[in-house]
Write a protein that binds this ligand. Structure first.
Ligand code: CDT
Length: 311
């Protein structure tokens, strides 16, 4: 039996700070309808897909900060996304959506939810690597206060049997770390879904600015190839509240090759037919972990956090 799936990426253009949930969900709906027309079975929206990328501002008013978070799982009755998830289920489309999560006991996470084609919950993932800074740094053109507004996940990376394959999730900065892919690869991941918001300007080292697109594909293509898995990157691109964000959404094969890529920096659907069995070409040959990995030679990876140079 072939294990193929049509995956779509719903890249988003900028979301204004003043845009309401209803206005954003309208845009998500337009992309959902387009995906349905193109026979997509799994549609991947980006990180924090329901609001502007709010960590670019310092908020004193907690109520204002709270307004960017969801207190219920997207798709549940009474939420702004209820109809979106309902329609997706009627169309037989699974949804991956990034959002800011505020739990009942007031913990804050950068989260993604994944539903199956029949609307059932596959799982939720909370971002592991939280980039940026904790304190106000007014010298920056814009802030990157994720470390103030989100806690690090304590749950790590998980994979689920879904869509007739083995699927995992990561969020934005997670994609830059090889451990992200390897940990999921060690649980057999065949498809990893990653939403992102990446400013083109990186204040701590602006020499990286012209390399953002290169680094984006470099890390996801390496992760795909070195673990024999499909990787999907879904961007929020364009100039959002004066901050230029990287687009370049893409779908990457286990060979490391990009098989579909966005060509705009706005709302855009891309799609590809993926074959889970293509993972075996890599997982059972060059990257046959059982045969070739040497965990005893990698001890530092779990014993150390930062580098310990020789004396
Ligand atoms: N959203 C997110 O994680 N963005 C970071 C920006 C660079 S760190 C300030 C990223 O890794 O793309």
């Amino acid at each position: 039996m072939s294990r193929e799936l049509t995956v779509g990426v719903a890249q988003l253009g900028p979301i204004a700070r003043s845009e309401t949930r209803a206005e954003v969900v309208d845009r998500l709906f337009t992309l959902l309808h387009e995906a349905h027309d193109q026979r997509v079975e799994l549609l991947v929206y980006p990180e924090l897909a329901l609001t502007t990328f709010f960590p670019r501002w310092w908020f004193e008013d907690e109520a204002e900060l709270d307004s960017f978070y969801e207190t219920e799982d997207p798709g549940t009755p009474g939420t702004a996304t209820e109809e979106l998830f309902k329609t997706a289920t009627e169309m037989g489309i699974g949804i991956h959506l990034g959002y800011a999560e505020l739990t009942a006991d007031r913990h804050r996470y950068n989260t993604a939810i994944l539903t199956e084609r029949d609307g059932s919950l596959v799982g939720k993932f909370r971002k592991v690597h939280i980039p940026g800074h904790e304190d106000h740094e007014p010298h920056r053109r814009f802030q990157h206060l994720e470390r103030r507004y989100f806690e690090e996940s304590q749950e790590g990376f998980q994979v689920w049997r879904a869509f007739d394959g083995i699927v995992g999730m990561a969020i934005c900065n997670d994609r830059r770390w090889p451990e992200t892919y390897r940990v999921m690869g060690l649980s057999g991941a065949e498809l990893v879904l990653i939403g992102y918001n990446t400013p083109l300007h990186y204040p701590p080292d602006p020499t990286q600015d012209p390399l953002q697109a290169f680094h984006n594909h470099l890390v996801m293509q390496s992760g795909a190839y070195q673990n024999g898995m499909w990787v999907v990157g879904a961007a929020k691109g364009g100039t959002e509240e004066g901050c230029e964000l990287l687009a370049h959404s893409c779908i990457i094969a286990p060979s490391g090759q990009i098989v579909a890529q966005a060509v705009t920096n706005g709302d855009e659907l891309i799609r590809a037919r993926i074959d889970f069995d293509m993972c075996r070409n890599y997982k059972e040959t060059l990257f046959d972990f059982d045969r070739y990995r040497r965990p005893e030679a990698y001890r530092q990876i779990i014993e150390r956090k930062g580098p310990v140079p020789p004396p």
